[in-house]
Design a protein around this ligand. Structure first.
Ligand SMILES: [Zn+2]
Length: 450
């Protein structure tokens, strides 16, 4: 199957960050076989021609921090503290979740990801990895799955397991699902937070990841309470403690990392630790990660949305907008975190953070045929004097025109091509109500009820 995408403005996001004003991208099956100017494109038959005139052709966008299973919990955690959010809302919700709930939640989340131009994501850890894998097989998305593991601390009894079992389960999941769906799915081990993971669990998780050549996904330094907890129980703040343990490295994806000392930022730089910055979730309850300070130190920063109950938009395009704005306001400096850096955080930098840069994150010969096509011809995005700035500061989901993974079209003409979206929405609505009732989550009324 050969596909020719022609007459588009093509941003390759390759090492040179080359852009072609009149570019052609040729796909053969699941690979890219040509990227370059139309004038040099090889002639020959194509099974499918996509006219991208007036459109922008990008590598598929990558969301580095997602909770597939939390999608049915959108709206259960608004306007409360992180610990209330976790103890009274999310843990009851997650412990009541069945395989079917997780499957529908993952389908719903996946639909939202695709509609926002995303082709690949990294899951932070849910309960039913098999359900997530089944949903991803149907949707056609690429992603890294993980199971939430905890071996100590406060938390629902059903979710806390002995350390040996945590490691054994992770190993089993890798054996079953790593490399499945024609290579679209990978599995990483994940440590939830330092509140619920012993030092032994961190050490053995990192060891397992090293053995398998994958990464570790972990929430790090989210709130002041966490840093204080680490100081009291471990004698050092979170990142300093993990450095003492020896678990930090390029395959340790550190999510949020909001409450760091200058010395801890230096540690992340020294150890080449990638950071997943989730600006919306951070602004709600966590704080402002020092992204300008990270970029100054050469730390690899990628973007993520976090889960629906903490964002509530699983919309990487919104995160690009926020990441591009909030640090300027905070630092009173319009030059920090420029648009070109933000675009990198959802493409080639995100691929590096997920240890997948040899295959995704840029449009290059030999890489996977994952492409997102943007149509800027809406009242909200035209004119495009500065296309990169428009992608970050003006684009919204209505501009996503087509999403392709492994050469297969997942989204076209406003319609998800792989699953019946309206059936998923109906099922999700019914299941979400039942799940929240079963979990015993009660939300206060915001207005008097008649
Ligand atoms: Zn998270």
């Amino acid at each position: 199957m050969k596909t020719r995408i022609e007459r588009g403005w093509v941003a390759t996001m390759n090492d040179e960050l080359r852009v072609y004003a009149d570019g052609t991208v040729l796909l053969e099956d699941d690979r890219i076989i040509y990227v370059g100017p139309a004038s040099e494109a090889p002639a020959g038959h194509a099974d499918r021609i996509i006219d991208a005139q007036g459109k922008m052709v990008l590598p598929g966008l990558i969301n580095t921090h997602v909770h597939l299973s939390q999608q049915l919990g959108r709206g259960i955690g608004d306007d409360v503290s992180l610990l209330t959010w976790l103890h009274e809302r999310i843990w009851p919700y997650e412990s009541a979740m069945t395989y079917e709930d997780s499957y529908i939640s993952s389908l719903l989340c996946g639909i939202e990801l695709i509609r926002t131009g995303v082709t690949c994501f990294a899951e932070a850890g849910g309960q039913h990895v098999a359900a997530m894998a089944d949903a991803m097989e149907e949707l056609g998305l690429r992603g890294i799955l993980a199971r939430s593991i905890m071996d100590e601390g406060e938390g629902p009894a059903s979710m806390i397991e002995p350390t040996d079992q945590c490691i054994a389960r992770q190993r089993d999941l890798m054996d079953r699902f790593h490399g499945s769906c024609e290579g679209r799915l990978r599995v990483w081990p994940a440590c939830r937070t330092i509140f619920n993971c012993s030092d032994e669990l961190f050490l053995r998780t990192k060891e397992l990841a090293d053995q398998r050549g994958v990464g570790v996904h972990a929430h790090i330094a989210e709130i002041p309470d966490e840093v204080e907890f680490a100081r009291q129980t471990r004698g050092a703040t979170t990142v300093a403690h993990l450095e003492n343990l020896g678990v930090l490295g390029p395959n340790f994806l550190s999510v949020h990392t909001v409450w760091l000392t200058e010395a801890e930022l230096d540690i992340l730089a020294k150890r080449d630790v990638p950071v997943s910055h989730n600006p919306a979730a951070a602004m709600r309850v966590l704080g402002f990660a020092d992204v300008p300070g990270m970029l100054d130190r050469g730390i690899l920063v990628a973007l993520g949305t976090d889960g629906a109950p903490s964002n509530n938009r699983m919309n990487l395009i919104s995160e690009m907008y926020l990441a591009g704005l909030i640090h300027k306001g905070r630092k009173l400096d319009p030059q920090v975190v420029p648009a070109e850096a933000v675009l990198g955080m959802v493409t080639h930098k995100a691929a590096q953070a997920l240890l997948w840069e040899d295959e995704i994150g840029s449009l290059e010969v030999g890489t996977r045929a994952d492409v997102t096509i943007i149509d800027p011809r809406t009242a909200g995005m035209l004119p495009t004097h500065d296309p990169v700035a428009n992608l970050v500061y003006a684009m919204d989901t209505t501009n996503v025109s087509m999403v392709i993974v492994d050469g297969r079209i997942l989204f076209e003409d406003g319609v998800i091509q792989t699953v019946d979206e309206s059936a998923v929405l109906a099922e999700a609505e019914a299941r979400a109500a039942e799940l929240v009732r079963r979990a015993g989550v009660r939300l206060p009324h915001r207005f008097p009820q008649a």
